[in-house]
Write a protein of this length. Structure first.
Length: 141
């Protein structure tokens, strides 16, 4: 039972970190610094529909759950720290660049466009990864 409890803490860290990203991405959209979050486009491409608010809600939920799943994978990093979480954030970035974007019809590594490289690093490493590392450290104590 303690293994499941420990796993849920990592899931929660990844899930909460993704919720932080969702809030940030929608704030950027609200103040006209960005369009729809990327996970909304991925949802639309995957499921072929746009039901307005429902699409955004389901895309956000799936994004948060995927953050939780990445958090569970982070469980296998020994002695988690904020820095290890930040570095771990490169894995979901690589997954995005090498698998997700090409599956959606884009180029590997977002065509090496500056925005296509830096935004995943900012979101996955600096924000999500460092939060996951911090959360995991606090849960261990």
């Amino acid at each position: 039972m303690s293994t499941f409890k420990n796993t849920s803490k990592y899931f929660n860290g990844g899930f909460y970190g993704a919720l932080i990203l969702i809030v940030i991405m929608y704030m950027l959209k609200f103040i006209d610094l960005a369009g729809d979050p990327g996970f909304v486009s991925i949802y639309k491409n995957s499921f072929g529909s746009d039901n307005g608010f429902l699409t955004h809600l389901l895309a956000s939920l799936l994004f948060a759950v995927s953050g939780g799943i990445w958090g569970v994978i982070f469980k296998f990093v020994p002695d988690p720290t904020i820095w290890k979480g930040t570095l771990f954030g490169l894995l979901p970035s690589l997954w995005l660049w090498v698998v997700v974007v090409p599956m959606m019809g884009g180029e590997f590594f977002n065509g090496f466009a500056t925005k296509g490289i830096l935004l995943p690093i900012l979101f996955n490493c600096v924000i999500w990864g460092s939060f996951l590392g911090w959360f995991s450290t606090k849960q261990r104590a």
